[in-house]
Design a protein around this ligand. Structure first.
Ligand code: ADP
Length: 556
């Protein structure tokens, strides 16, 4: 695959990974925020319910103070006797200061105010529906409403019904109103937010005709409690709350800004609570995350690209070096190695011709001629070997080498090579022995395996002194065919063994009779055996032995 394509692929993968990671983080952050909203909303609802219950309990306590009730009833029925006022004031004062109410108003059943504590210049007045609500027989809390005596001040009334004490003929006598200033404890309960946030807020609302009215101070609109109304709108969380939507709700708040909200009804009241936070605030950590992911992804892509380019360059340099070494080797063989056997052949052929020139058969020294002919034969065999190595090697390098494996009989192949090599071995008085089974079939390229064995055998002959031994064996071992060529020759130094198969190191040393080589043989051995999926091993002890072996996969 070309480098730009790899880099493009890595970039796409990294970007894809970044997007997936970002999405998972985004979901996590949004989920966390939504949970937080839900938890805060339910905590607040609990507190509001508790707050209402505490006030209703105050009403219970007050309605059970019998002496006070008796005095109040006296006051109502005896048409406001002034002598009762100081004592009533005294009791009301204690109650107000103990329970933190703003004022107490005594109203009769017709809605007329009979007494106000603390005394005030303005007397509250009530319309028909308020009087009807007040005459409800239960202790209850009124809705939030503007105060009669202070402009813009909002109150809630705790309404305590007053009855005559006589159980049987219980008669409604009036109502005691304890006004509560919601700024003191009620609004803080709603408005406080437990975590640091720029846009979070909670507010309570109720329906009023086709609108929703906001009952407390808003974070982004000042002095609007009980004054600010908005017509119902589908995407307005407040209007969704009063029309029955509960839980998470995404929409636009009273400023028209997208928010995520949590909607709840406040039990036993006409109120609904909206806890909301701007979407932008929720998503703001994501901007940092995008920046962070982008930087990491960029650095990662840069690192990978640089590494890929570096590795590619290294590989290319190695390839070019090998190419150079191949070229140099080729020229050196053509110009030098190939020359020397022919120089020998030519030289000894000339001597032969000179020896024979002008002589008749009786003058001819047959032994001399035989010797020179033998030298010519071994030099030409050398040249043939070299040429066949060179041909194979050039085919290997030019990509023209055809790998044609077939089922072959390894036994007869080894026998053939041994027969071929025997003459050269006998010339050096080297004895070749074999240890091969009667049948050994392999699936391989016949020409290549033949060249491999020929090279190993001719090396053994070359590097073994006269009188030495060469042993060739073949056997099946652990699902492999192992062929081994072992000689009692000069051996190989340990430090050279690792470089024998490397063209750039090009190890070649002269044989025991100063035979020249090219260093190509073992490189071909290694290449051909690798093509078959096998391996080549060398073991040697200088001055004692060399053992070359190769493996081939067995066929069954
Ligand atoms: P060449 O024999 O033409 O030099 P090879 O690639 O066949 O090239 O062998 C490379 C070198 O490995 C030889 O020159 C020799 O130094 C060493 N070598 C190979 N086979 C043997 C062996 N049987 N005994 C000792 N040395 C060997």
């Amino acid at each position: 695959m070309p480098i730009p394509a790899i880099i493009l692929l890595v970039t796409i993968l990294v970007i894809l990974g970044g997007v997936l990671f970002f999405n998972s983080q985004k979901r996590k952050i949004v989920d966390e925020k939504q949970n937080e909203l839900a938890v805060i909303a339910s905590l607040k609802i609990d507190n509001i319910v508790k707050w209402r219950m505490e006030h209703l309990r105050d009403g219970e306590i007050l309605s059970n103070i019998i002496p006070l009730n008796r005095q109040i009833l006296n006051f109502l029925f005896k048409d406001n006797p002034p002598e009762l006022v100081p004592e009533l004031y005294q009791r009301m004062k204690i109650f107000i200061s103990n329970y933190d109410y703003h004022s107490i108003v005594l109203v009769d059943t017709s809605g007329s105010v009979r007494l106000v504590y603390p005394a005030s210049e303005t007397t509250p007045s009530f319309n028909a529906s308020q009087i009807k609500e007040m005459n409800n027989p239960d202790i209850r809390l009124s809705d939030l409403h503007f105060s009669d005596d202070e402009p813009d001040v909002i109150h809630i009334d705790l309404q305590i019904p007053l009855f005559t004490a006589a159980e049987k003929y219980r008669v409604r006598a009036g109502t005691l109103l304890l006004t509560i200033d919601p700024r003191k404890s009620f609004y803080p309960l709603i408005q406080s937010w437990p975590t640091q946030s720029k846009s979070s807020e909670t507010y309570i609302v109720r329906a009023e005709d086709d609108s929703v009215i906001f009952l407390n101070e808003l974070r982004h609109k000042k002095n609007k409690a009980l004054k600010f109304k908005m017509p119902f709108r589908d995407d307005l969380p407040a209007s969704a709350a009063v029309t029955g939507h509960k839980g998470l709700f995404e929409g636009k708040d009273y400023r028209g800004i997208p928010v995520i909200s949590y909607l709840t009804k406040i039990p036993d009241s006409p109120w609904f609570m909206v806890a909301k936070v701007d979407k932008q605030e929720i998503y703001s950590p994501l901007n940092e995350l995008i920046l962070f992911i982008s930087i990491i992804a960029f650095l990662f892509i840069l690192l990978i690209s640089v590494s890929i380019i570096y590795l590619w360059r290294r590989q290319r340099i190695r390839y070019l070096r090998e190419l150079n070494a191949t070229r140099d080797k080729f020229f050196s063989i053509i110009s030098h190695d190939l020359r020397s056997p022919f120089t020998g052949i030519n030289g000894f052929a000339s001597i032969l011709v000179e020896d024979l020139e002008g002589k008749d058969l009786t003058d001819i020294n047959v032994d001399e001629i035989k010797k020179h002919a033998g030298i010519i034969k071994s030099a030409s065999q050398n040249a043939v070997d070299l040429l066949s190595n060179l041909t194979e090697w050039s085919r290997l390098n030019s990509g023209r080498l055809a790998f044609k494996p077939e089922e072959i009989d390894l036994v007869s192949l080894i026998n053939g090579v041994v027969d071929l090599m025997n003459t050269a071995a006998l010339q050096k008085s080297i004895i070749i022995s074999k240890d091969i089974p009667s049948v050994l079939n392999i699936y391989a390229d016949k020409e290549m395996i033949s060249l491999v064995i020929r090279n190993l055998m001719s090396n053994s002959i070359k590097f073994t002194a006269p009188g030495g031994n060469i042993h060739i064996s073949g056997l099946e071992k652990d699902n492999d065919i192992v062929v081994e060529v072992c000689d009692t020759g000069i051996g190989i130094k340990k430090e050279i063994i690792g470089n024998l198969f490397r063209l750039d190191e090009n190890i070649t040393t002269p044989g025991t009779q100063r035979e020249h080589g090219t260093g190509l043989g073992l490189i071909l051995v290694k290449e051909f055996i690798s093509l078959h999926g096998g391996q080549v091993h060398v073991e040697s002890e200088p001055g004692k032995f060399s053992r070359f072996s190769f493996t081939l996969p067995v066929i069954h």
